[in-house]
Write a protein that binds this ligand. Structure first.
Ligand SMILES: [Zn+2]
Length: 306
């Protein structure tokens, strides 16, 4: 087993041979016995023009991808990407696993540093989106709470939600024709007489608001560059996961706003007035009419909400 710990070092991605050749303990040629290998310091991935002769155990082949390894004494050399495993077998696999853990840790930290560096602008953007979406959401809630006052109207609205906003009524002509032909009547005899736009948004905006609040705004408020170095691996992973969907969450919020803007457009009020036509005649009561009038007032920007 190796005694190297992934938390002890930051793995290096070498950009040029000079970067590892300039390290104080670097040797262009090194003999390392199996039990003397300590760890991988970093890796390199050069172009063919930059390839160089292997420094490990007299290999001397030229490689352009490989590792910089370190012995237990602290000496270092570079070797091709397959040379470590050839020379050290299973031990190299262990050393490589430790390196990959450290690399993973470094990547997560860099990602968090990037987020922390832009924390202010992400936070400002998320808050603006949150405010905008909640105010549109409040308007949606007022419309929905009006609709809920009548169960037949609510059923008609839910049917409309399921058909993507289309208000479907029976097509009497088609029904008569099919019936005359002895065919069954049913769904095929429906036609759309109008569309309530942006109706999908009424189902999803609350989830998007929650995501903005708990997956973006609140973790960003708690994120500070100073704390990053103190994080355990577990905390680092948790924080990285929290921000892994940062951009997607912000763009989901933007789409939700667009959809709710469609729902709130004044032209939608006319579509609501068509809803009773999709209801049975006896359900088209004076109460339904009053509710629809109040919805139209809401759409017209009236302050009367009840
Ligand atoms: Zn080699």
């Amino acid at each position: 087993m190796t005694n190297a710990n992934p938390e002890d070092f930051i793995p290096i991605q070498f950009g040029s041979a000079k970067e590892f050749q300039d390290r104080p303990r670097y040797l262009p040629r090194l003999v390392c016995e199996n039990d003397q290998l300590a760890r991988i310091v970093g890796k390199y991935s050069f172009t063919e023009q930059e390839k160089l002769e292997c420094g490990l155990n007299g290999c001397e082949r030229v490689h352009w991808h490989g590792w910089v390894i370190q012995t237990k004494d602290g000496d270092e050399t570079h070797c091709g990407r397959n040379c470590g495993e050839r020379e050290f077998g299973v031990l190299f696999k262990e050393v490589e696993a430790v390196f990959k853990l450290a690399e993973d840790r470094r990547n997560k930290r860099e990602r968090l540093e990037q987020v922390a560096g832009e924390r202010g602008s992400y936070l400002a953007e998320a808050k603006v989106l949150y405010e905008h979406l909640s105010s549109l959401g409040n308007r949606v809630q007022s419309v929905l709470s009006e609709i809920r006052k009548d169960s037949a109207l609510e059923r008609a609205f839910q049917t409309c939600v399921r058909s993507g906003g289309r208000i479907m009524v029976e097509n009497e002509d088609s029904k008569r024709m099919r019936s005359a032909m002895g065919a069954e009547t049913g769904k095929a005899d429906l036609k759309a007489i109008g569309v309530i736009r942006g109706i999908d948004g009424t189902l999803s905006f609350q989830k998007v608001l929650q995501e903005l609040k708990y997956q973006v705004i609140s973790p960003l408020e708690k994120l500070s560059l100073d704390d990053l170095n103190k994080l355990s691996d577990k905390e680092l992973t948790a924080k990285t996961q929290a921000f892994s969907e940062l951009h997607q969450t912000l763009s989901r919020a933007k789409s939700a706003i667009q959809v709710l803007q469609q729902f709130s457009a004044s032209s939608n009020a006319q579509a609501f007035l068509l809803l009773p036509q999709s209801m049975s005649k006896k359900s088209r009561t004076a109460r339904v009419q009053r509710i629809l009038e109040r919805i139209c007032e809401l759409y017209a920007g009236s302050t009367k909400s009840t």
